[in-house]
Design a protein around this ligand. Structure first.
Ligand code: AMP
Length: 117
């Protein structure tokens, strides 16, 4: 199925993005509104709206996002200092783009998270 979200448009080069990595499975680009000194989004090329729509046979789609993020952290030299990965789901999770994606946040002590608003 075609990803009609703005992330699909980035994958198809219909809108610009600061792309830092791409392979046949996924793309990674800098978040337009960074929440940390390093804030990169990892997006699969398989169209899946939310984590609620992920089927067991697609579990490797998420595994590839995590592996790509960890590899990027090592390559960029901040893996030992540490980082955070986040996947938001639906309204309570704060999801705004309905194509699953992983946030990689790094470059500073990030503090606690998960406080209800
Ligand atoms: P989420 O809220 O988990 O769905 O994350 C969506 C993320 O996409 C947010 O952190 C936005 O800042 C980011 N975003 C929205 N538009 C763009 C864009 N054109 N390029 C890069 N990141 C974007």
């Amino acid at each position: 199925m075609t990803d009609t979200t703005l992330f699909g448009k980035i994958i198809r080069r219909e809108i610009p993005a600061d792309i830092v990595f791409e392979d046949e499975h996924l793309i990674a680009f800098r978040d337009i509104a960074p929440q940390a000194p390093v804030h990169v989004l990892f997006v699969p090329k398989t169209s899946i709206a939310t984590l609620n729509d992920l089927h067991e046979e697609e579990a490797q789609v998420v595994g590839r996002l995590v592996f790509a993020a960890a590899t990027y952290a090592k390559q960029q030299g901040f893996a030992e200092d540490g980082y955070r990965i986040v996947m938001n789901c639906n309204a309570h999770g704060g999801q705004t783009v309905f194509q699953i994606h992983l946030h990689l946040l790094a470059g500073a002590h990030l503090g606690r998270f998960g406080v209800p608003v």
